[in-house]
Design a protein around this ligand. Structure first.
Ligand code: 2BA
Length: 114
């Protein structure tokens, strides 16, 4: 990996999608690190995957994210949400997006391997 146009792809996905995505990335030869994380809104465990790749590999990583992480909707009880009890809250279940992925692509200023 050269320092020239290195990008850090940060992917936040559900645990089950992230496991499949990790497997697919590694099989295709993309480096990847999975970190356990927690969503601030739903407060559910999710996973953050870091993949440092050349600029011309970013689209390859993104197409694997699209193939493995599918968004769907789920209804969660309003009592489990952080804003419950703080003023005007909706009653009954609330529709939320689960699965799918949130992706940030960052420029890497410097890469060192010791
Ligand atoms: P959570 O914060 O647990 O959010 C889970 C899902 O709940 C979100 O899905 C979104 O559909 C919904 N949601 C979040 N905040 C909301 C709100 N204030 N009102 C109504 N619905 C809300 P995604 O957007 O796909 O996000 C999935 C996970 O990705 C998030 O889990 C969070 O861990 C992370 N994430 C999303 N956007 C982010 C950002 N801009 N920066 C850092 N992390 C982010």
């Amino acid at each position: 990996m050269s320092n020239d146009q290195l990008k850090l792809v940060v992917i936040i996905a559900s645990d089950s999608d992230a496991n499949r995505l990790m497997k697919a990335l590694i099989e295709q030869g993309y480096p990847a690190t999975k970190i356990s994380s927690t969503g601030g809104f739903l407060r559910r465990g999710n996973a953050t995957i870091l993949s440092g790749v050349e600029e011309n590999e970013v689209d390859g990583v993104l197409s694997m994210v699209k193939a493995e992480c599918h968004a769907r909707t789920e209804y969660v009880p309003v009592q489990t949400l952080p804003f419950f009890g703080e003023g005007a809250s909706p009653s009954g279940p609330v529709e939320v997006r689960v699965g799918g992925a949130i992706v940030f692509v960052l420029n890497v200023e410097r890469f060192e391997k010791t």
